[in-house]
Design a protein around this ligand. Structure first.
Ligand code: 5AD
Ligand code: SF4
Length: 451
């Protein structure tokens, strides 16, 4: 085959990065070649995200640029991943994209490419609603700076059953399904053998991970693995591997999970716990299935069981019917918790979701913007406050690479997922170093090696 060099660009979350790894593995197994840069590639795959309007706008802009490349060279452009019906229709009308591969059809991606090269449309009739890609092993790919990669993502659940009213994910990624625990353990062991030191278990809602296996049909015996058991198994099987996970849904997080995190040193002490809003009225409209009080209670439980745990959040500002009091409820909740860090967004209605169909996007743009800025500014203050707690402490840091700002510094993270930089000496990527924290910004701990 003449045209077999492919290049992937990511426009989404960690789940998209993990999907790109799956696709890379599938294509390499079919004789395709991964290109380090766009110029060498004939097949360009854009891994899309529809979760917020902004990600779609970025993708539209990127496609406008690629249109020019298409004029000078034989290239085929495919959109993969988390795309909505609307964006697919938009690109189809504009004739900018050659093929679309939804998340459950990655195994057939070679066919999509072959047909496209022949000028035909590949129609996939196999709808694999229970696809988990559990048997696909990742390939070792170097980072852009040619650094050895020592951290990896691994999806343990796909899809989501939660139906938060603002969210497109249940429509783009389908119903929730969990991967077989044996395949997860096998893949983590393989990663460790190949030099990976940290794995992040991914799912829209990892706490609802569930695997039920009939052990002995006659005696009605079942092997049930929930998220706490999976974590426990992994921590014991690969004691030298750091284990992270994301995302936790406050509604499903149990004390059992917290106990397991606390029990094992190699399970990192960080929980990403999206709250979305501090107002009960808004949480109800969002169909989040927990109240502000229940969320605060859970945070207290985390602090009781894992005192050193860091907590991060997602917050959406300006959701339908949000008034000034609702916004203040969010501000007050943030003040009460003082999160280590967070991801903050202004609400954008996504076609197809309940909120888009049934609720009014009635918070004016300038107010959404003002509230979001207040939330961002407050988070920056809290992040700085939390970072100060580390001054003078010695942190165990897994070195991931050179600092982007200064190549004389190493860059890594501590168990709380906080970024630590320190002057390069002795160590290498993948080593653990003990670093005494001397200074901080709101996003970075700056330290020196303890020898
Ligand atoms: N508008 C703004 N933010 C959204 N998110 C999901 N859907 C939307 C939307 N329509 C945010 C949520 C979620 C994170 C991944 O993206 O905070 O937790
Ligand atoms: Fe979307 Fe809610 Fe599922 Fe998260 S839990 S992916 S916000 S529907």
């Amino acid at each position: 085959m003449k045209y077999k060099n492919f290049y992937i660009e990511n426009y989404g979350c960690q789940m998209n990065i993990s999907d790109s790894d799956i696709i890379t593995s599938i294509l390499l197994n079919h004789g395709f070649i991964l290109s380090e840069n766009l110029d060498k590639a004939n097949i360009i795959l854009l891994n899309a995200c529809s979760i917020r309007e902004k990600a779609e706008l970025t993708l539209k802009k990127r496609l406008e640029q690629l249109k020019f490349c298409k004029k000078n060279k034989k290239i085929w452009i495919g959109i993969i991943g988390c795309f909505s019906k609307e964006i697919k229709n938009f690109f189809c009308k504009k004739k900018m994209v050659d093929f679309f591969v939804p998340p459950d059809s990655y195994r057939e991606i070679p066919n999509f490419i072959y047909y496209s090269i022949m000028g035909m449309q590949y129609l996939s009739y196999i709808k694999k609603r229970n696809e988990t890609y559990a048997d696909i092993s990742f390939v070792n790919v170097k980072t852009k700076q040619n650094n050895k990669k020592i951290t990896s993502f691994l999806s343990i659940t796909r899809g989501c059953n939660n139906m938060c009213t603002f969210c497109i994910v249940p429509f783009t990624r389908g119903r929730e399904r969990s991967s077989d625990p044996d395949s997860i353990i096998k893949e983590c062991k393989r990663l460790y053998k190949n030099g990976y030191k940290e794995v992040t278990l991914l799912g829209q809602n990892v706490d609802s991970y569930l695997w039920i296996e009939e052990k002995n049909m006659n005696q009605n015996q079942k092997n049930v693995v929930d998220f706490s058991k999976l974590l426990d198994l992994l921590a014991k099987e690969i004691p030298m591997m750091r284990i992270r996970f994301s995302t936790s849904n406050p509604h499903d997080m149990s004390n059992k999970v917290l106990e397991v995190i606390s029990k094992h040193k190699n399970i990192c002490k960080h929980i990403h716990l999206p709250v979305q809003s501090g107002s009960n009225k808004i949480l109800k409209l969002m169909n989040r299935k927990y109240t502000r009080e229940e969320y605060l209670f859970l945070v207290q439980q985390i602090k009781n069981i894992i005192p050193e745990c860091s907590i991060s959040h997602d917050i959406i500002s300006g959701f339908c019917n949000e008034n000034e009091q609702d916004h203040q409820d969010t501000i007050n909740l943030m003040n009460e918790i003082k999160y280590n860090y967070g991801y903050m967004f202004s609400y954008s209605p996504r076609p197809g979701t309940y909120a888009y169909r049934k609720l009014k996007d009635n918070v004016p743009q300038h107010i959404k913007k003002k509230r979001l800025q207040e939330i961002i500014d407050l988070q920056r203050k809290h992040s700085f406050y939390r970072m100060q707690e580390y001054l003078g402490r010695v942190e165990e840091v897994l070195i991931e690479g050179e600092s982007k700002k200064n190549n004389q510094y190493w860059y890594g993270r501590n168990t709380q997922n906080l970024i630590v930089v320190f002057p390069k000496k002795f160590f290498n990527i993948g080593d653990y170093a003990y670093v005494k924290i001397k200074n901080t910004t709101s996003a970075t701990l700056i330290g020196e090696l303890c020898i």
